[in-house]
Design a protein around this ligand. Sequence first.
Ligand code: CA
Length: 224
Amino acid sequence: MRLLLVEDEKKIAAFARKGLVEAGFNVLVCHRGDDALQLATTERFDALVLDIMLPGRDGLSVLRQLREQRNNVPVILLTARGGLSERVEGLNLGADDYLTKPFSVEELIARLRAVWRRLTGEGLSLLQFEDLTLSVTTREVRRGSRKIELTAREFALLEFLMRSPGRVYTRTQLCEHVWDYHFDPGTNLVDVGIQRLRRKVDDGHAIPLVQTVRGVGYTLKAGA
Ligand code: CA
């Protein structure tokens, strides 16, 4: 997800940016309202996190301009405590949600995901587990900010595991659901598929996600 974070308080911008990047978002920060409007009209973002009190042009004015240009990019407003009238105005202008300062990055991420889910149909198209994300629509897979290239079968396998993290699947189940074999092909097809997937997903990361449950099968789980 590519975000434009518009916040003139540099400390808040830096801490929010850090948390968002760690969660796998691609974040561009700008500090002025006029710059934000310029960027949002010329580049594509999946969402804007927009402070209201900004130099250049305030956040509500940026939002109003965008909506007048029929730009429906999701917008989450950052508002000051007690700013009821500006929150109401922001929602009326077409903001998707708002957060009151001070806010936690976790909450901001949860709001962003909720907005995204609403827009894309119950979140079926963006799967997320830990720092791993898989978009069913764009077929893009990322671990943190690292893009992972998968074959169609590896993608299907990962998608299947990501739909129920923590659930353990036997080889037979994976064979049926991912390879569509309703019989035992008598090969180590699944094991090889899992090994390849694990290499692409987990190599170079401290926390492995594609896990073997000895004697049972495989699951998606964080840690040893
Ligand atoms: Ca501000």
